[in-house]
Design a protein around this ligand. Sequence first.
Ligand code: HEC
Length: 136
Amino acid sequence: MRMTIVAAALMVAVGVQGVAAQDTASAKKEVSFKADVTPLVKKYCISCHAEEEYNPSEFSMDTYEITKKGGKRGPAWVAGKASESILVQKLWEKPPFGERMPLNSKKKIAAGTAKWMTPEEIRVFADWVDQGARNN
Ligand code: HEC
């Protein structure tokens, strides 16, 4: 009997949490590729990742379509899944391969003068992918 009550209470708690999580997700501001993502790409990425530039790993970010193609490791994102998208993973402190983006010299990283995106800016990329990575 006791177990059943505990189990029921747990199910209610999980249910309430699920609703709360959905609420925060839908209350989140819609992120725009043009107004929010592109300015960050221009500020942090395009100096290397442009067809006319160094273009490492054949990954250019000139336009939405070109960015979507991704680089030598394939598509830059899985729409709706930021944590599975290399575009977002590469901004993490410990990316799954290679260096953290935007690339900084080892010297600057060691000296603590490396320039990274702020957590809020990284959120913009992540939220945009989670919201479907649309050309909006
Ligand atoms: C100073 C040059 C430079 C800048 C600026 C830069 N990158 Fe990179 N990027 C590289 C290099 C070099 C590689 C290849 C080595 C590696 O993967 O770490 C790379 C690889 C990548 C890859 C992997 C592509 C693939 O298919 O393997 C992604 C994704 C990426 N960068 C995203 C970004 C994003 C997003 C920004 C801006 C926030 C950025 N980069 C800024 C130099 C740069």
